[in-house]
Design a protein around this ligand. Structure first.
Ligand code: GDP
Length: 195
């Protein structure tokens, strides 16, 4: 698929504020600082669409971006934000869970993890949750440009092993060097076609 048009639609900050916008959704989730905003900007070709970490405000909300006037990218709050209080962390966790429990239009989720690290407990929980809920997903191992090709191939399979996933379930990507962004778009196509 080609992204011709991407626009910020709305932000939602509490579980009670969640709404059904009646369009298909593709969710992006991951630990804070995993590179979610950068990746959304890179695949939409809009440098400032999702706000990057320098402005943490919006990263605590669920942000909807309307793509090609026909479906949404749903940017879920980054979990595990080191400087956040336990209460805030629990609140974002609750927001993510309520969203995942209640959405009727989610076609797939992309779970972002920094390729240089093995998955955290929160990452593992997220994968288990998606699996249990039968939500199709792929892991995007971000910032692949920070490693050589040989290193990132190895690291991708270590991440897949740590999560008990197949190697095709983890894709090494880079927002900065535009590595494998086409593969993300191809995956979106297949997930959107699946019933
Ligand atoms: P978010 O908190 O998940 O939205 O993460 P950001 O997109 O704000 O990125 C966190 C940090 O990682 C920033 O300093 C980015 O510049 C950096 N980053 C994100 N994507 C890449 C990438 O593809 N390559 C490199 N080298 N750095 C990246």
């Amino acid at each position: 698929m080609e992204i011709k048009n991407a626009e910020f639609w709305t932000s939602i900050g509490s579980a009670s504020g969640l709404k059904d916008f009646k369009l298909d959704e593709i969710a992006f989730v991951g630990r804070s600082n995993a590179g979610k905003s950068s990746l959304i900007n890179a695949i939409t070709g809009k440098r400032k669409l999702a706000v990057t970490s320098s402005l943490p405000g919006r990263t605590r909300l669920i942000n909807y971006f309307k793509i090609n006037d026909s479906f949404f990218f749903v940017d879920l709050p980054g979990y595990g934000y080191a400087r956040a209080s336990k209460v805030d962390q629990a609140k974002w966790q609750q927001l993510i869970e309520t969203y995942l429990e209640n959405t009727n239009h989610l076609k797939c989720a992309f779970v972002l993890m920094d390729i240089r690290h093995l998955p955290s407990d929160l990452d593992k929980m997220m994968i288990k949750y998606l699996y249990f809920k039968q939500i199709p997903f792929k892991v995007l191992a971000t910032k692949a440009d920070k490693l050589s090709r040989a290193q990132y191939t190895k690291q991708t399979s270590l991440i897949a092993n740590a999560l008990s996933l197949g190697k095709d379930d983890v894709i090494a990507v880079s927002a900065d060097k535009k590595i494998n962004l086409d593969l993300i778009l191809n995956n979106i196509d297949s997930f959107m076609e699946a019933k």
